[in-house]
Design a binder for this molecule. Structure first.
Ligand code: ZN
Length: 332
């Protein structure tokens, strides 16, 4: 029996860390910790504020400095990704002159132009009241993923245009207001809480002597979180950008596997527009430990054993960009 692993390399859970606003402190205070633990980061930026001192409608963080496009392009070379956190950090419905097309759609094209890469992720700014009005524009712009404000662990049935969030912070978070489960704090989190799920969480500033400790964190606090996550998953969590996790989930949902013979299967993947990481891992039952070789198309692939199963990840699920793509998987 051949099937697609829930997550890459059959990891027990997926993990993404996102930074709303994209403040410059990320470069000095967050990036080195991400590098130390091999965890990629992700910045959600307010597009009209790139490289500027913050001046957003009713923002408690006005006066702080945002990264510019050159900083973001550098983070991308470090394995990070960048999402859109709207044009102006809008607040529906009270903001005068609010133009949701500019906030959600135009800002995507503008950001892609500045970065030279596709922007497929949108993070709702401010509060959940922004979600419903923004949703038609999120669909129009063709985002593959949208992170809401409320939170928890994303399960198998996650709506990728309504991804659950969690706030990582130094002090007590506003858990009741934003529906963030306290079982996910660094103090409380266990493998059981995140097993088979995707934790896609957020903070803002990373700095010593942290301000607004309900939504920002110290470098020590960030490091404690990474250490705890690696410890409870025995270093097996899949730490990835949200875009990589979203691409994986979309591909998994659009894969159909059909047996051809007892040791030969056809894998059909309907590859939608916008997917950047064309990777899927497969799991094959092998109780007798009889599998000696696995071929995907004409190529031998490396595999590893996990109890009575064999796990493997073909180099590219859609060679030649064909869609729908068809792969013949066979083993000896
Ligand atoms: Zn924000």
């Amino acid at each position: 029996m051949l099937s697609v692993c829930r997550f890459l390399n059959n990891a027990p859970c997926a993990y993404s860390m996102t930074y709303d606003e994209g403040f410059v402190d990320i470069l000095a205070n967050a990036l080195p910790i991400h590098k130390k633990y091999g965890i990629p980061g992700h910045a959600d930026v307010v597009v009209s504020q790139l490289g500027q001192r913050r001046n957003c409608y009713r923002s408690s963080m006005n006066g702080l400095f945002h990264m510019g496009a050159e900083h973001l392009r550098y983070l991308i070379t470090e394995g990070w990704s960048v999402g859109n956190h709207s044009w102006s950090h809008f607040l529906y419905p009270t903001q005068p002159g609010l133009d949701l097309y500019r906030e959600v759609v135009y800002s995507r094209y503008y950001l892609e132009d500045k970065l030279g890469v596709p922007v497929t992720f949108f993070a709702i700014p401010n509060d959940q009241c922004n979600y419903e009005p923004a949703l038609p524009f999120i669909r129009q712009a063709g985002y593959l993923g949208c992170q809401q404000v409320y939170g928890g662990v994303n399960r198998d049935d996650v709506d990728l245009l309504k991804i659950l969030n969690f706030m990582v912070a130094e002090g007590p978070i506003r858990a009741a207001t934003f529906h963030w489960p306290l079982s996910l704090t660094t103090e409380n989190i266990t493998l059981q809480e995140i097993q088979d799920g995707w934790l896609c969480e957020t903070t803002h500033l990373v700095m010593p002597n942290v301000i607004q400790p309900h939504k920002n964190i110290t470098p020590e606090g960030l490091e404690r979180r990474f250490v705890k996550l690696l410890e409870i998953t025995d270093k097996r969590l899949w730490a990835a950008t949200p875009e990589d996790v979203i691409d994986y989930i979309i591909l998994r949902r659009r894969t159909v596997i059909q047996p051809v013979s007892p040791n030969e299967y056809d894998v059909n993947v309907d590859l939608p527009v916008g997917i950047q990481k064309r990777q899927l891992s497969f799991v094959l039952d092998d109780r007798e430990q009889a599998v000696k070789q696995i071929m995907v198309g004409d190529a031998l692939v490396d595999f590893r054993r996990e109890k009575e199963k064999v796990i493997f990840t073909p180099h590219d699920i859609a060679p030649g960009n064909l869609t729908p793509t068809k792969l013949r998987v066979k083993w000896l």
